[in-house]
Design a protein around this ligand. Structure first.
Ligand code: ADP
Ligand code: MG
Length: 246
């Protein structure tokens, strides 16, 4: 199995934000986690990527337990989430930001603005072209549009050569058009680079339009898990989520 959680649980004081969730993510899938606000989606992501320590339970990646590994080590292994560009490289250009991600991932010793720049040039351009930012390569990360910042986040994440890419509400704050663009980009990354995608998204038309598998959380508990048509037909899901407001 590619990625698995076994009875993963996270408590914040008395609140059980994630309750014994056992989940399997298949290599190459586009897998959505859905559920109302406060269902535990972000917490589950943090447990998978290593930004939270679990109260109990396990996370396994390609058969190896990674439960106690820090986020940085998981990222090296290929379990990555998107980074907040706004807090990382606002004063670098789009090009430099992606280059920086590649360099720090590959741990090269480098003279940043000379030899390394040439060495990684091809890969940076490939990433920028993939995410549609090639024409903005020389613009500061600070100065691009919100939608393009999301693309840059993805580009930086690609610089870490992910195998499993976790995207927590990647279309947050986007217009319908930007949402469509980013989702087709995610689809492309999955098919062309073979990256497995785990994502959360509140817009059900987006989820059902792209996900190959959907897991539903409700108050920290996994209440349904399966193909989109199975999840859509699930009565409990309809009761607590799809039919409700959220
Ligand atoms: P979702 O992403 O599905 O909206 P979250 O995982 O963010 O849900 O939150 C699940 C529950 O855990 C919520 O009740 C939230 O208030 C609580 N929670 C999340 N993070 C923390 C934290 N760091 N400390 C305390 N409670 C938290
Ligand atoms: Mg969340």
């Amino acid at each position: 199995m590619f990625l698995q959680t076994q009875g993963i649980t996270k408590e914040f004081g008395k609140l059980r934000a994630v309750n014994e969730v056992s989940l399997a993510i298949i290599k190459g899938d586009i897998h959505a986690i859905i559920g109302p606000n406060g269902a535990g989606k972000s917490t589950l992501f943090n447990l998978i990527t290593g930004y939270h320590r679990s109260t109990s339970g396990k996370v396994l990646f390609k058969g190896e337990e990674i439960t106690h590994l820090p986020a940085y080590t998981r990222c090296k292994l290929g379990v990555t989430r998107s980074f907040q560009i706004t807090s990382i490289y606002p004063k670098l250009t789009v090009y430099e930001s992606v280059l920086m991600a590649l360099l720090s991932h590959r741990k090269e010793t480098f003279n940043f603005f000379t030899s390394a720049k040439k060495f990684f040039k091809e890969e940076v351009w490939r990433i920028l072209e993939d995410v549609g930012l090639a024409d903005q390569a020389n613009i500061l990360g600070d100065s691009i549009s919100h939608g393009d910042k999301k693309r840059l986040e993805l580009a930086i994440t690609l610089g870490t050569e992910p195998e499993l890419l976790c995207l927590d509400e990647p279309t947050c704050g986007m217009s319908t058009e930007e949402t469509d663009n980013i989702m087709s980009l995610i689809n492309k990354l999955s098919t062309e680079r073979g990256i497995t995608i785990l994502f959360t998204e509140h817009d059900m038309s987006v989820v059902f339009g792209i996900a190959k598998r959907i897991s539903v959380l409700h108050q920290g508990t996994l209440i349904a898990d399966g193909k989109p048509e199975e999840v859509r037909a699930n009565e409990e899901v309809q009761k607590v989520y799809l039919g409700g407001t959220s």
